[in-house]
Design a protein around this ligand. Structure first.
Ligand code: FAD
Length: 699
C-alpha cells in the first residue's frame, strides 16, 4: 500500500436545501488558496468515499431538517454510524471536524450535526478542530465565516501530525509509488506558509479613500442623502464608511448562458416534474372575519385522480411561481425583457476555476428565460455575502460599489444583518437600491437557489373526505419598509390571489356543494409524508394536542379520523383526547370552531381548552396563551405522559409558541417529579426519543 503523505482532505456534506452543499463547495474552493487539495462528496454518494478506511482528515458539513432530522441525503450515513453492533474502535483511525447548520427557532438545534458528532466519537473517531454550530436564526455566516477562517490552520496541523506518523510508519513502505499530485500538494503547503489569507481581499487604504465619498458619502451619495447621517441599505455612516474593508473572495464565475431565439411560447410546467401533480382547488373558504389581524384560508384539493394517499399528520408541498410583476421587473432590469421567450442554454465556462463546478440541475436546458425565473429560482431569497460581493463587481458607480462591498465585508456584518438579512431583502431590492449594478444573467443563475416548495399540513382525513385533502394557511404579509415595498409571502400571497375568484366567506361549510360554473384554479402539489407525526397505533393511548392558530390543522385531520374510527368501531376503547387551542379573538379567528364543538359534542374530543390572547375580559389572570393552559392542567399533562405513556403533539409557530410550550413542559415535568432543570431536560429528551413528544412546527 502506498504511504499517505498528502495535503489532501475530504469534505462530506449532507444538505437539504443546498446551504450545506454551498458551504462545503466554498471550503473546497478556498482549499487551494491554502495549499490544500480538497475532495468533496455528498454523503449520499456512498461509492465516492468510505469513512471506514479513510486516511484523509474529513470535514463534515451537515444541516438539520424537520424536527431535528438528518437531510434526506445524510439519512443512510447517520443510520450506519448509529448501528449499535459496531465496535467501539470502529472509526478510531478517523480524524474529522464538523460544521453543523441549524436554526435556534426550532427545538432540536443542529440535531443532525450533534448526532453525527456524538456517534463518530462513540466509534473512536477523533475531532481535530472544534465543531461549529451555525444558526440560521441569527445568520449562518456569524459562525461559518470565522469557523472556516480557522479551519485551515487546524487542517494543516492535523495533516502535519498525520504525515509525521505516516512517515514513521512508512519506513517500510514504497513511497515512490505515491502519486505526483500528492507530492505537488505537499509543495503547495509549504508555499502557503508564507502566504496571507487569499480568500479575504484586502482593499487598500488608498482604494478605500478614493472610493470613499468626500466627507461622508461622496458626490453620488450626496445627491440623495445630503443632511442626516443615518445608515440605511444604500448608505453607511462612519466608522464603516471610512474603514478599510475585508471582503470575501469574488466567487468564481462558472456558467455561460446562451439565449437562443426559438419559440418557447405556450411552455407549461412539466406534468410530473419532481413528483408534483397539478390538481384542482375544489373549494376555498375564508376561516377568519374580515377584520381579523391575519387572514386564514382553507383550501380543498381534488386528488381523487392522483396517486396521492395521505394520512393525518402528513403535509403537502405546494410549488408556486414567483410573482409575475417581480419576474417582469427583473427582466427589464437585466435588459432582457425582449428575450424572455428565448430558450436558455447553459454550459460550464471552460476557463472557470470553480472546483467541482456543475451546471445547476434545477435550471432546465432549452426552457425559456421567463419560465426559469418564474418556476426554478428563489428570486426572493436573501442574497448571500458572496452574491453581494459579485454584484459589487458589476456596479459602475463607485459609491454604490463601495456600499455593496461594505455590506459583504467583515466590518459591515452588522449592516448586512440589519439591512439585508433581517429585512429579507432580495436581489431585486438590491438592484432597485443600486441602479448602476448591472449583473450578467449568468451571475443570477449561479447564485440564486432553487425555488423551494412550501409545506402545508393536511387538515383533513381521507376517511371523512375521500379523494380530497384540506389545508389551511395564514396569508403572510410583510409591510413596506425602506428596503422594500409591501408584499405578501410568496406562496400564501400567490395562493390567496389564485383562489380569490372562488373564495367563500366565513361560515360556508367546507363540505357543501362544488363550484358550479366557476373555473377551478389549479395548483402543483406533492405529498410530504411524516414518519412520526401520527396518531398512536393503539387507540386507547391518551393524546394531548397543542395547536394554536393554523397549528390546529393536523389535529383537525386527527380528529376527523378518530370520529370516523369511533363510528366504525363502537366496541373499541379510545383514549382521552385533549386539544389546547388559542387565537386572538373568539369571534374573529377561532378556526374550525363549529367542527371542534361537534367533536366535543360527539365525544371524539374529550377536552377542548381554548384561550384568546386579545379579548378583553374581567377575569384576572385569565390564560391568554396555550402554555398557560398547560400549566393549569399540569397534573393531567404529567400523568398522561409519564404514567399512561400518552402522546403530546405540538404544531404551529416555531419561533415563540413551540419554545414556550417546551419550557412549560420542562417546568411541569420538573415540578411533578421534583427534578432539577438538567434532569427535566433529560426526561423530556427521552419523551422525544420515545416519540411521545412530537412537534410539527414552522417559522
Ligand atoms: P415566504 O415568502 O416564504 O416567507 C416566509 C418567511 O420568510 C417569513 O415567515 C419570514 O420569516 C421571512 N420573510 C420573507 N420576506 C420577508 C419580509 N419582507 N420581511 C420579513 N420577513 C420576511 N403554514 C401554514 O400556514 N399552515 C400549515 O399547515 C403549515 N404547515 C407546515 C408544515 C411543515 C412541515 C412546514 C415545514 C411548514 C408549514 N407551514 C405551514 C409553513 C409554510 O410552509 C410557509 O412557510 C408559510 O406559509 C409561508 O410561506 P410564504 O411563501 O407565503 O412565505
Amino acid at each position: 500500500m502506498p504511504c499517505e503523505v498528502t495535503a489532501r482532505f475530504l469534505i462530506l456534506y449532507g444538505s437539504q436545501r443546498g446551504q450545506a452543499q454551498s458551504i462545503a463547495e466554498e471550503i473546497c474552493e478556498q482549499a487551494a488558496d491554502h495549499g490544500l487539495t480538497a475532495d468533496i462528496s455528498c454523503l449520499s454518494n456512498v461509492e465516492k468515499y468510505n469513512v471506514e478506511n479513510e486516511t484523509r482528515p474529513v470535514v463534515f458539513v451537515v444541516s438539520t431538517t424537520g424536527d431535528g432530522d438528518p437531510p434526506d441525503t445524510a439519512q443512510k450515513f447517520v443510520k450506519k454510524i448509529k448501528n449499535k453492533s459496531l465496535p467501539r474502535d470502529h472509526l478510531s483511525h478517523l480524524r474529522y471536524t464538523l460544521l453543523a447548520l441549524g436554526d435556534t427557532n426550532y427545538a432540536n438545534f443542529c440535531n443532525c450535526g450533534k448526532t453525527i458528532d456524538s456517534h463518530l466519537q462513540q466509534l473512536g473517531a477523533k475531532r481535530f478542530y472544534a465543531t461549529g454550530h451555525a444558526d440560521d436564526g441569527t445568520g449562518l455566516e456569524v459562525v461559518v465565516d470565522p469557523w472556516i477562517e480557522d479551519l485551515w490552520e487546524a487542517i494543516k496541523k492535523i495533516l502535519a501530525s498525520m504525515s509525521t506518523v505516516g512517515q514513521q510508519a512508512a519506513t517500510n513502505c514504497d513511497c515512490t509509488q505515491d502519486s505526483s499530485p500528492k507530492n505537488d500538494s505537499n509543495q503547495e503547503i509549504n508555499k502557503s506558509d508564507v502566504v496571507v489569507d487569499f480568500h479575504l481581499l484586502k482593499l487598500s487604504e488608498e482604494v478605500s479613500q478614493k472610493e470613499k465619498p468626500a466627507r461622508t458619502y461622496g458626490s453620488d451619495a450626496a445627491e440623495t442623502h445630503s443632511t442626516t447621517l443615518v445608515a440605511s441599505l444604500k448608505h453607511s455612516v462612519p466608522p464603516l464608511s471610512q474603514t478599510v474593508l475585508n471582503v470575501p473572495a469574488l466567487p468564481p464565475a462558472y456558467l455561460e448562458v446562451l439565449l437562443e431565439q426559438v419559440s418557447t411560447e405556450g411552455e407549461t410546467f412539466p406534468a410530473d416534474k419532481e413528483g408534483y401533480r397539478e390538481v384542482p382547488v375544489s373549494k376555498a373558504v375564508q376561516l377568519t372575519q374580515g377584520d381579523a389581524m391575519k387572514t386564514a384560508i382553507l383550501l380543498e384539493l381534488e386528488i381523487s385522480d392522483q396517486d396521492m394517499a395521505y394520512k393525518p399528520g402528513d403535509s403537502f408541498d405546494v410549488l408556486c411561481p414567483n410573482r409575475e410583476n417581480e419576474v417582469e421587473e427583473l427582466l427589464v432590469r437585466l435588459g432582457l425583457q425582449m428575450q424572455k421567450n428565448n430558450a436558455v442554454l447553459l454550459h460550464l465556462l471552460k476557463t472557470t476555476n470553480k472546483k467541482a463546478a456543475k451546471v445547476p440541475l434545477h435550471i432546465p436546458q432549452n426552457t425559456s428565460l421567463e419560465f426559469i425565473l418564474t418556476w426554478c429560482l428563489e428570486i426572493r431569497s436573501v442574497p448571500k455575502k458572496a452574491f453581494v460581493r459579485a454584484l459589487a463587481d458589476c456596479t459602475l458607480k463607485s459609491s454604490e460599489k463601495r456600499r455593496l462591498l461594505e455590506l459583504c465585508s467583515k466590518e459591515g456584518s452588522a449592516d448586512y444583518n440589519r439591512f439585508v438579512r433581517e429585512t429579507n431583502v432580495c436581489v431585486l431590492d438590491l438592484l432597485r437600491a443600486f441602479p448602476s449594478c448591472l449583473p450578467p444573467l449568468s451571475l443570477l443563475f449561479e447564485q440564486l437557489p432553487k425555488l423551494q416548495p412550501r409545506a402545508y399540513s393536511a387538515a383533513s382525513s381521507s376517511l371523512q373526505y375521500p379523494g380530497k385533502v384540506h389545508f389551511v394557511f395564514n396569508v403572510v404579509e410583510f409591510p413596506a419598509c425602506p428596503e422594500h415595498p409591501a408584499r405578501m409571502g410568496l406562496c400564501t400571497g400567490w395562493l390567496a390571489d389564485h383562489v380569490s375568484t372562488i373564495l367563500l366567506p366565513l361560515g360556508t361549510r367546507p363540505a357543501s356543494e362544488g363550484l358550479g360554473t366557476l373555473a377551478q384554479p389549479k395548483v402543483y402539489v406533492r405529498p410530504r409524508p411524516s414518519s412520526t407525526f401520527r396518531l398512536p397505533t393503539d387507540p386507547s393511548v391518551p393524546i394531548m394536542m397543542v395547536g394554536p392558530g393554523t397549528g390546529v390543522a393536523p389535529f383537525i385531520g386527527f380528529l376527523q379520523q378518530r370520529e370516523k374510527e369511533r363510528e366504525a368501531n363502537q366496541e373499541t376503547t379510545f383514549g382521552e383526547t385533549w386539544l389546547f387551542f388559542g387565537c386572538r379573538h373568539k369571534d374573529k379567528d377561532f378556526l374550525f370552531r363549529e367542527e371542534l364543538e361537534r367533536f366535543v359534542h360527539n365525544g371524539t374530543l374529550s377536552h377542548l381548552i381554548v384561550c384568546f390572547s386579545r379579548d378583553e375580559t374581567d377575569a384576572v389572570n385569565r390564560p391568554r396563551y396555550v402554555q398557560q393552559n398547560l400549566v393549569i392542567h399540569a397534573k393531567n399533562v404529567a400523568s398522561i405522559l409519564l404514567k399512561d405513556k400518552g402522546y403530546l403533539y405540538v404544531c404551529g409557530d416555531a419561533k415563540n409558541m413551540a419554545k414556550d410550550v417546551n419550557d412549560t413542559l420542562l417546568e411541569i415535568i420538573g415540578n411533578e417529579l421534583q427534578l432539577d432543570k438538567l434532569e427535566s431536560m433529560k426526561t423530556v429528551a427521552r419523551l422525544r426519543e420515545n416519540y411521545q413528544y412530537l412537534q410539527d412546527i414552522w417559522s
